[in-house]
Design a protein around this ligand. Structure first.
Ligand code: URA
Length: 263
């Protein structure tokens, strides 16, 4: 096997299995299968080691004799219903978001996750750089949620959420929190956060002695679900892709439409 590349070579050198996922030609698991079964050649020679280093600019990689070409980039926005997982397959056979996408979603990966019980905006793409940009907390891309709390919240509880609360994995960053309305037993909130820790919103509500009864993600940065029906998807526009790629802390917007409000 060729030796591991020096750090300055890393831009174009990738493992063979990564070359497939980077090109958007298939998942790394699928690539491993193709490689192991001898369908993949590098510069005409069959390579059965998925960790073989290849130079994406110079080496000629083929699958079943056909050159590996970078798939065109796709970006879709799905209005995920509650009860769907954001993984590809579930050992327990529960429905996944891929059931809602048909063939179009085959090679796309969710950009971050939504819990089984959370509905709302989920982006899927085969552009790994874009996904990294949107999910890496360093870039502080805003994610906006509408929340039905299990209790009526005081101003003090809302202020604590806005200031940041202590979770088991550390303090949360300040959030933009707005009371939408109070029912007899619940407060409806909108909260915009710039991190994406596991079950973060649920854990934040628990940290202020309440719980999430319903959670809907309504926006990522300036991109909103809008009028998209639940369970349906649409392509992101070029502007939406570009703005999310360059998204920064400045862009924290609130959803405005009545139809986007959780209840
Ligand atoms: N925060 C949560 O707690 N769950 C989600 O699905 C998303 C954000």
């Amino acid at each position: 096997m060729p030796k591991k590349p020096a750090p300055d070579e890393k831009r174009t050198l990738k493992t063979l299995e990564r070359a497939f996922s980077k090109a958007g030609a298939g998942s790394r698991t699928e690539a491993r299968k193709w490689i192991a079964s001898g369908k993949v050649r590098v510069n005409g020679k069959v390579i059965q080691n998925a960790d073989h280093w290849v130079d994406l600019e110079r080496d000629k990689i083929t699958l079943d004799g056909k050159p590996l070409k970078a798939a065109s980039k796709s970006y879709i926005l799905l209005y995920k219903p509650k009860g769907y997982l954001t993984t590809y397959r579930d050992p327990e056979g529960r429905p996944t978001v891929y059931a809602l996408l048909g063939d179009v979603g085959k090679w796309l990966h969710p950009v971050g996750r939504l819990d089984l019980d959370t509905s709302g905006l989920l982006i899927l793409t085969n552009d790994n750089d874009f996904a990294e940009r949107v999910t890496n907390p360093e870039h502080k891309v805003a994610k906006t949620y509408q929340i039905k709390a299990s209790t009526v919240l005081t101003d003090e509880q809302i202020e604590r959420l806005a200031q940041g609360v202590e979770l088991s994995d550390g303090m949360t960053r300040p959030a933009v929190v707005k009371r939408l309305r109070d029912g007899p037993k619940h407060t409806f909130l909108e909260m915009t956060i710039t991190e994406g820790r596991n079950r973060q919103v649920r854990r934040m509500l628990e940290a202020v002695e309440s719980k999430v009864s319903k959670l809907v993600r309504t926006a990522i940065g300036p991109v909103r679900i809008g009028e998209l029906p639940i369970g349906k998807w649409r392509n992101l526009s070029e502007d939406e892709v570009q703005v999310l790629h360059g998204e920064s802390t400045k862009r924290v917007r609130r959803p405005r439409k009545e139809s986007e409000k959780g209840d």
